[in-house]
Design a protein around this ligand. Structure first.
Ligand code: 1HE
Length: 260
């Protein structure tokens, strides 16, 4: 067990899905230093069988952000290292071994939204709400939110959230890009798990390309992006698994794309 506040459960017929649960429900899954380090450790030590992961939170809220009781007076240097510790952990989530799906419900606030934004897919249920109370607490985001959240919703919306304390509900959150899926209350975990099982059947190199190449390509100038894309495409299609999958389709043995 990585930590009493973080549970890891390996599921699926082939042990292919890691379910990572914040289990500090009494404190609304507020993230203390131990929990951040445990999160990092989990992603650094996932079993080889794991192909996708789900993160969710115990109780009525996904995560209340930074554990404010640990926010003592830090000097500038300590504050810098603390923020860098969060960066290191959430970098392991975003650029770790497998795609990660966040199952959101209730509060997704402050560092909770920073954690969610480091995941590759966010599934929110109707009870979800999003906020960045750092603005009203007199602090700033420090867990990578200034980099990741504008990429989801734009800098203008994030500025508004922090300046005015604006809270987005689940429906508006999905509309502006906080989550890719919106599902009825109580079903976010099931949907996230279903997606994880599906993602686990992809060719690992395709998943790797989507996690590690796509976000970098998207940040590159077009000319460099096209070149990196061509390199990644060539590597992916040369894998024996890609050839087998394409052959299966051409032989009529693989699923067609169906109308949504
Ligand atoms: C906490 C925290 C926390 C709850 N740190 N202890 N985040 C915030 O500013 C959000 C603060 N939390 C809230 O606004 C509310 O707690 C919630 C909307 C999330 C949930 O409300 P509710 O009514 O269900 O719970 P509660 O009664 O407020 O809290 C239950 C307990 O959890 C209570 O402790 P208790 O000992 O009195 O039972 C709360 O003190 C505790 N609790 N949230 C510590 N965040 C890398 S930088 C990131 C910067 C940030 O994330 S800043 C934003 C911090």
């Amino acid at each position: 067990m990585p930590s009493k506040d973080l549970q890891l459960d390996i599921r699926g017929d082939n042990q292919e899905v890691a379910v990572i649960r914040l289990t500090r429900g009494k404190k609304r899954n507020a993230l203390n230093d131990g929990l951040i380090l445990a999160l990092r450790n989990v992603f650094e030590t996932l079993p080889d069988s794991v192909r996708a992961a789900v993160i969710d939170g115990e109780g009525e809220h996904f995560c209340a952000g930074l554990d404010l009781s640990e926010l003592q007076e830090r000097d500038a240097g300590q504050g810098l290292h603390h923020s860098r510790m969060w960066h290191a952990a959430l970098e392991r989530v975003q650029y770790g071994p497998v795609p990660v799906i966040a199952a959101l419900h209730g509060a997704v606030v402050g560092g909770g939204l920073e954690l969610a934004s480091a995941c590759h897919i966010r599934v929110a249920d109707d009870s979800t709400f999003y906020a960045l109370p750092e603005g009203t607490r007199g602090i700033f985001v420090g867990g990578g939110g200034a980099v990741r959240i504008p990429r989801l919703i734009g800098a203008a919306r994030m500025t508004d959230m922090m300046l005015t304390g604006r809270v987005y509900n689940a429906q508006d959150g999905e509309r502006i890009g906080m989550a890719q899926y919106l599902v009825p209350t109580g079903t976010a975990f099931d949907k996230a798990f279903e997606l994880a099982q599906r993602i686990a059947t992809n060719a690992p190199l395709t998943n790797y390309a989507l996690m590690h190449a796509l976000p970098r390509i998207a940040e590159q100038p077009a000319d460099q992006g096209f070149f990196t894309e061509a390199m990644m495409a060539a590597i992916a299609q040369s894998a024996p698994e890609a050839k087998a999958r394409v052959k299966a389709f051409l032989d009529g043995k693989a699923a067609k794309v169906k109308k949504a």
